[in-house]
Design a binder for this molecule. Structure first.
Ligand SMILES: Nc1ncnc2c1ncn2[C@@H]1O[C@H](COP(=O)(O)OP(=O)(O)OP(=O)(O)O)[C@@H](O)[C@H]1O
Ligand SMILES: [Mn+2]
Length: 568
């Protein structure tokens, strides 16, 4: 391999001959520098066989990251990763960085050999120390577009709030209020005394609240969570590590999903891995027959956060034991009846639901371990009722029929006159959602939900993203219909999209980095490289649609950040 590089250099030098002596000298020096880097790589990998920090050079090889600790509070799953005494960056990412940084030296073949060799030396899947370097994710979140001043929140801008002493006195006599989970007095004892659950010792002091409760208490009119809230890291760590106490099928929806309970009353929505990460959806399957993907739920949470929306409940990946963490503990007879051992000796189940709940579509451990996604549950509907809205751009969910919006190019004119789209931000909120869906190719956004309490003046929940990231080789322009037909977009998201299209930030790089924070990225990258590059390709398409709109109309931009002239 080493001699291969020398051969390339030598060949180049001879070819350019004496008449180009200056160029040859430069080229020679470049080759020399490259070879030294490769030698250094070898030295580090074979002698030290451990963390390997590459020195910075004039190229983009990362320098030292002095802000590592800062990323913890901004990065939901980083805590989870470190808690398992594993480093944040799997070696695949190191490999990628090497690749990206050295490709411009045009020695791709030789480099692959280096990386293959380093793969063997390090051991696939084994985590090595984080290669220090500038983090594009940290840089993105430091950008003014991700730190826009927020309106001060008033009391009625919080979904839930703790009772004040006065509230408590007012309602003391009311029996039902005694069952409220947010009392003011010193300690609250669980009424249920259910087996296995922790004794509850929460007080009005936030420090005593479990992460899921802090998450609930942090939901506001404008977003589900504040990206900078240190509780996010605790919440994802909690989901990734808490003992599973209960697992039952969750009703509602069409495909199998489980409701998971934890000892301190936290809950999560589990979606199992059904197909390999790299499998593309069969081209002959309609969108409504597509499987749900656990990694799509995880990736959607990261993408939504990177776009600055914060409208998806935190989702984390986890490897669970289907035997000890579902089969042996479930109280759901309908579920437990469906467990079996496959001919390969794997423990499988299929549950009961409308689609793909049959022995022909089993969910199987290997032989027990299964990858799943766990989404934080929103507050119970009895505490925080939600309203479900049919999307005006809902697909027909039929093999033959077209929806109205597919037939009528002036469809948006009607929508714009129809409440709630005729005032406030509802239309641009819907367009935000269409951008998210187009980027991840989610054709399944038939409904969306809002919190009842906030009326129409609130954000849209981006729930149910299991059918995203099904195909990377194809884009689905119809998902962008709301943007393309209405020619309207929030200025803040447009500027962020432009930022994410710049090489310094590049959406695919930021997604790759963000996804390494998820515990499951240690098993394999959560999105394959073709899916990551599809994000860049689709982002360019969104910007083209906006450009085309601006050429025809002057009211394309909805200026939600008046006076903030930040932007790329
Ligand atoms: N994190 C969450 N917390 C609370 N409720 C949720 C959460 N995620 C989803 N739900 C609720 O559960 C319902 C079903 O979930 P989801 O939509 O993911 O399942 P699905 O099988 O894909 O549904 P569908 O077939 O309708 O697309 C949703 O409509 C939503 O109301
Ligand atoms: Mn769905």
């Amino acid at each position: 391999m080493k001699s291969g590089i020398w051969q390339v250099c030598f060949y180049n030098m001879v070819r350019r001959n004496l008449g180009q002596s200056t160029r040859s000298i430069y080229l020679g020096l470049a080759c020399l520098s490259l070879s030294l880097h490769v030698l250094l790589a070898f030295f580090c990998l074979s002698v030290l066989q451990t963390a390997c920090v590459f020195p910075s050079s004039s190229s983009s090889i990362p320098g030292t990251d002095t802000q590592h600790h800062e990323s913890v509070s901004q990065s939901p799953a980083s805590d989870a990763a470190s808690s398992n005494k594993l480093q944040r960056r799997p070696h695949d990412e190191v490999r990628h960085k090497l690749t990206a940084n050295m490709l411009h030296h045009k020695v791709r073949g030789s480099l692959n050999e280096v990386t293959e060799k380093s793969k063997k030396l390090i051991g696939v899947g084994k985590i090595i120390q984080k290669v220090d370097g500038p983090s594009k994710l940290e840089a993105l979140f430091k950008h003014p577009l991700y730190n826009l001043p927020q309106p001060e929140l008033q009391q009625d801008d919080w979904l839930l709030r703790l009772k004040t002493e006065e509230d408590a006195k007012d309602t003391e006599s009311q029996e039902e209020e005694k069952e409220d989970i947010f009392p003011d007095d010193s300690e609250w004892q669980s009424n249920s005394h259910e087996e296995g659950y922790d004794k509850v010792t929460w007080t009005t002091d936030v420090e005593t609240h479990p992460p899921w409760l802090r998450f609930h208490l942090g939901i506001s009119r404008w977003e589900l969570y504040n990206r900078k809230d240190p509780n996010l890291a605790q919440l994802t760590h909690y989901l990734a590590t808490q003992r599973i106490l209960g697992a039952v099928q969750k009703k509602g929806g069409t495909q199998l999903k489980l409701l998971i309970s934890f000892p301190n009353y936290g809950q999560a929505l589990l979606k199992p891995m059904k197909q390999s990460r790299h499998a593309e959806t069969d081209v002959n399957l309609f969108y409504f027959s597509d499987f749900e993907r656990h990694n799509a739920e995880i990736a959607a949470f990261h993408l939504d956060r990177l776009l600055g929306f914060n409208r998806i409940p935190p989702v984390v990946g986890r490897l669970i034991n289907v035997t000890t963490e579902i089969k042996e503990i479930t109280t759901d007879r309908r579920l437990s009846k469906t467990f079996f051992t496959s001919p390969a000796g794997n423990v499988c189940f299929y549950g009961q639901c409308e689609y793909y709940c049959s022995v022909e579509h089993p969910v199987c451990g290997q032989p027990h371990m299964l990858e799943v996604s766990l989404a934080t549950m929103l507050p119970d509907l009895t505490i925080a009722p939600r309203r479900s809205w049919r999307s005006p751009w809902r697909r027909s969910y039929s093999r033959t029929k077209l929806a109205q919006w597919e037939k009528d190019p002036a469809y948006c004119d009607t929508v714009k006159q129809t409440p709630p789209y005729n005032q406030g931000t509802r239309l641009v909120d819907l367009i935000d959602m269409a951008v998210l869906d187009f980027l991840m190719s989610n054709m399944d956004r038939h409904h969306y939900e809002t919190f009842e309490q906030f009326g129409n003046n609130t954000f849209l929940l981006h729930l149910d993203n299991g059918r995203a990231f099904g195909r990377h080789s194809q884009d689905e322009p119809s998902i962008l219909a709301p943007l393309q037909q209405c020619c309207r977009i929030r200025r803040s998201i447009l500027l962020r999209l432009r930022l994410l299209s710049l090489p310094d930030f590049r959406l695919s790089d930021i997604m790759r980095e963000s996804l390494t924070q998820d515990p499951l990225s240690r098993v394999a990258p959560l999105l394959s490289e073709p899916h990551l590059s599809a994000l860049d390709r689709r982002l360019a398409k969104v910007l083209q649609v906006v450009q085309a709109c601006q050429e025809k109309h002057d009211d394309v931009i909805y200026n939600d950040i008046e006076g903030h002239d930040q932007g790329p």
